[in-house]
Ligand binder design. Structure first.
Ligand code: PEP
Ligand code: MG
Length: 320
């Protein structure tokens, strides 16, 4: 039954043949983190720090930031917590960082790009993250959103090093980052695919527009191909740097299997999806996941990709 399948989940993502895929949580602050830990998350794959400060007119103070980050670290002692630096702009404006009058905010100064218009905010945030990390046993990683070039990745890594943060990474959510993943990964320790924005920018379809929902689908073969390319870039880089996924795609159990088959090493999702993804992953071997990923990549439409993958995953009918 569904209940017994879900109750088997103990928080560790693993395929039928024992290939480990840590299942992590996307959180927006300490309250989310506590719930995610209770749901069995093996860590945090995405802390959306801008969610901690959405109502703020001014930059949060050093102390305020430390308290916000430490609340998350404390929920995951000894576990990995990936802190994303402020991703302000487009659908998530922050008055102290973004310009509300930009004509085209999704293509504007958002994410890491705000470092050029508001110099200092990112350095101060990295300082607060480093300070919060000092009194915790959490394994703190830090990543920048909206990285588009290897030069940006290198600059971010240098800023992290200055702050004393030793595991810098980038989000791959702009097609240029997927295409240049090998060069980008030479500069940083890991990458995390943000499939929400990667889909929006690959398909040139605003992720908030209902009429474009069919284009804005992470099953689009073009998006899957960019995931494949990112993993291939990481493999060419040659030192085994991990590539995870932290977009909504990871919370769709069938798509999660495809992503694992494409070679991603961790999946981060909303906490309520952890058990379902874990249950489906446990029914396939790594090799089967690779075959299912190949099938999905061979499709010419998102509907076909999804159908081909789901046909190979009979457990989905049982889970509903
Ligand atoms: C993404 O773009 O997939 C992502 C995880 O970041 P956000 O949804 O916060 O833009
Ligand atoms: Mg994003």
């Amino acid at each position: 039954t569904t209940a017994s399948l879900l109750s088997v989940f103990d928080g560790n993502g693993v395929t039928a043949d024992g290939h480990l895929v840590p299942l992590l949580a996307n959180v927006g602050g300490a309250a989310d983190a506590v719930k995610a830990a209770a749901a069995g998350a093996q860590g945090v794959g995405l802390l959306r720090t801008e969610f901690c400060f959405l109502e703020r007119e001014t930059e949060p103070s050093h102390e305020e930031q430390i308290a916000a980050y430490r609340g998350v670290f404390d929920a995951f002692p000894g576990k990995k917590v990936v802190v994303r630096t402020l991703d302000a702009g487009a659908d998530k404006p922050l008055p102290f960082l973004t310009d509300a009058t930009e004509p085209n905010p999704a293509l504007g100064v958002r994410g890491y790009r705000t470092d050029t218009t508001s110099p200092g905010v990112l350095e101060r945030q990295l300082g607060a993250i480093a300070e919060a990390a000092k009194d915790t046993s959490a394994d703190v990683w830090v990543m920048a959103p909206m990285i588009s070039t290897p030069a940006e990745a290198a600059d971010f890594a240098a800023m992290c090093a200055t702050a004393g943060l030793t595991t810098p990474g980038v989000m791959v959510e702009v097609p240029s980052a997927a295409v240049t993943a090998e060069s980008i990964l030479r500069e940083v320790a890991f990458a995390s695919l943000g499939t929400n924005d990667l889909t929006q920018y690959t398909m040139a379809a605003d992720r908030q527009l209902g009429p474009l929902a069919a284009l804005n689908n992470p099953w689009q073969p073009a998006v899957l191909e960019l995931v494949r390319l990112t993993v291939a870039g990481a493999e060419s880089e040659g030192t085994g740097k991990p590539v995870g996924v932290c977009g909504e795609a990871a919370s769709d159990p069938a798509l999660a299997v495809v992503l694992v088959g494409l070679g991603v090493s961790t999946l981060s999702m909303t906490a309520r999806s952890l058990a379902g993804v874990g249950a489906v992953l446990a029914t396939v071997t790594h090799e089967e996941a690779q075959k299912i990923a190949k099938l999905a990549l061979s499709a010419t439409s998102p509907e076909e990709a999804r159908r081909l993958a789901r046909e190979k995953l009979p457990i989905l009918a049982e889970l509903g």
